[in-house]
Design a protein around this ligand. Structure first.
Ligand code: UN1
Length: 474
């Protein structure tokens, strides 16, 4: 059921939530709302907005803290549910749930810390105050790859700063969204402050984007949907924040610690089944360590078990859906036809249960201009690009339309420091995978990866508040 204006509301249609590790397992049937459900949710959020805006920051902090505590207490159960519906392995799923709980705790504190500024006017006897007020009604549109952490970092931030929320989760992962919403429904929020509408993007999503009663939309997802979200919101003057794709480079220099580099590449490129916008899909390796690195990463991939997300010996789960699996396999063919050498994997895998399993694919001898190195695949497919030296590696790293995350593996302080400055990405990692972020610091990228203000940490206030400048003559 959807949650609208403080009530659980049936939808006229429902949608089956299929386990990608075992397609004979249906996680449940979830509401598929229509445009009227969405319109009702927007109305409820609009009506509730003044009440929530003037609520005490203590009541906001208490509500968020309560949800954070419950998420953490139920981490094993929620982790299992998430692994079952999305396909990431249990340890990653539980880790994501813990992150969501911590995010709620962080924003509980943040509700108490929101401050303005007071400075002198350039004129005599006048004070200037810079106030921060809630943005208003915020639409939250989230992807399937982080079914609880991304909703958490958008919804908790919105509520902390006094906004009301209409939440539209991805179609493929309604169970985690519903569980989170159910906790929010018991957190003591006034009716209408938080609303859930599950349904098709082209129906409920578009109603949300076009409503004059929605003041801001925060979106994470694909580049094509993101550009639609950005242009629709911009055309009616609404605030918009969009986190989209990545084609993130991990540079490995001759002086790198090989074990560190291989584990950063294995984790960054293939964990989460490569389904992270922060995934290290381009491994740019200087020539002195190239062959050794490819051999060691190939060996590590051979030893990495792909299997059911709830089998605790699996390190990589299935792909999320049949269409995503097909897209990954298509890109493996594209890579081969472009002349890339397949060093490992790329085939369909059969397991005891019917699911969307594929062997992670590693290409080598690739050029940065190839489609497999320029287009986001969003699966367990990565390429090695050979570079002559550090300078060429940096140039290749930056030569792409995306700019979310980047990484370098090196023992040289000079190269690590220089890369930190020269990387054209919003996140830079040294001797770490490009994926895997802290929850209390800003997150976001450049170029085609991101649009609008940063998310997370106290920087989240840029999107979720609007500034007012008050002059007082005393
Ligand atoms: C991470 O790397 O820990 O959709 C988080 C994504 C990002 C989140 C990445 N928005 O992959």
């Amino acid at each position: 059921m959807n949650y609208i204006g403080g009530q659980w509301v049936e939808a006229s249609e429902t949608n089956s939530n299929i386990n990608p590790s075992d397609t004979s397992d249906c996680v449940g049937r979830y509401a598929h709302g229509d445009a009227q459900n969405m319109a009702d949710a927007i109305d409820a959020a609009f009506v509730a907005k003044d009440k929530w805006r003037w609520s005490s920051i203590q009541s906001r902090a208490d509500a968020l803290d309560k949800v954070g505590t419950e998420i953490l207490a139920r981490k094993d159960e929620l982790g299992e549910l998430l692994a079952r519906e999305e396909g990431k392995v249990r340890s990653e799923a539980t880790g994501e749930v813990v992150r969501a709980g911590q995010v709620f705790k962080f924003f509980a504190g943040e509700a108490l810390r929101l401050a303005g500024e007071r400075i002198a006017s350039v004129r005599e006897n006048i004070d200037v105050e810079i106030l921060r007020e809630p943005t208003g009604v915020v639409g939250v549109i989230t992807p399937w790859n982080f079914p609880i952490a991304i909703p958490a970092w958008k919804i908790a931030a919105a509520l902390a700063y006094g906004n009301t929320v209409v939440f539209k989760p991805a179609d493929l992962v309604p169970a985690s969204a519903w569980a989170l919403s159910e906790m929010l429904s018991r957190a003591g929020l006034p009716d209408g402050v938080f609303n859930l509408v599950m349904g098709r993007g082209s129906v409920v999503g578009d109603t949300l984007l076009n409503s004059p009663f929605v003041h801001g939309v925060t979106f994470t997802g694909s580049v094509s949907t993101g550009s639609h979200v950005i242009s629709t919101c911009a055309s009616r003057g609404a605030k918009v924040q969009a986190e989209m794709g990545g084609k993130n480079p991990l540079v490995v220099l001759d002086d790198a610690d090989l074990d560190v580099a291989v584990s950063a590449a294995l984790n960054g490129a293939f964990y989460g089944t490569g389904q992270r916008c922060t995934a290290s899909s381009r491994l740019i390796v200087t020539k002195g360590i190239h062959d050794e690195f490819v051999a060691a990463l190939t060996k590590a991939l051979k030893e990495t078990k792909v299997g059911h997300a709830l089998d605790d010996t699996s390190k990589i789960g299935p792909v999320v859906s049949k269409s995503q699996l097909q897209q990954n396999l298509d890109y493996v063919e594209i890579g081969k036809s472009e002349g890339a050498e397949l060093a490992f994997g790329g085939d369909l895998l059969h397991r005891e249960t019917p699911g969307f399993y594929m062997q992670p694919a590693l290409f080598c001898e690739t050029e940065n201009t190839m489609r497999i190195n320029q287009e986001e695949i969003f699966g367990p497919v990565a390429s090695v690009i050979r570079a002559d030296d550090y300078d060429e590696a940096v140039a290749i790293a930056n030569d792409v339309s995306f700019g979310l995350s980047s990484g370098i593996c090196t023992t040289s302080l000079r190269c690590a420091s220089d890369f930190k400055h020269r990387s054209a990405a919003g996140l830079v990692m040294v001797n770490l995978p490009t994926a895997g972020i802290d929850y209390h610091v800003p997150f976001g990228g450049r170029k085609a990866s991101s649009y609008g203000a940063r998310e997370q940490g106290s920087y989240a206030r840029e999107f979720y508040t609007t500034v007012k400048t008050a002059y007082v003559n005393y």
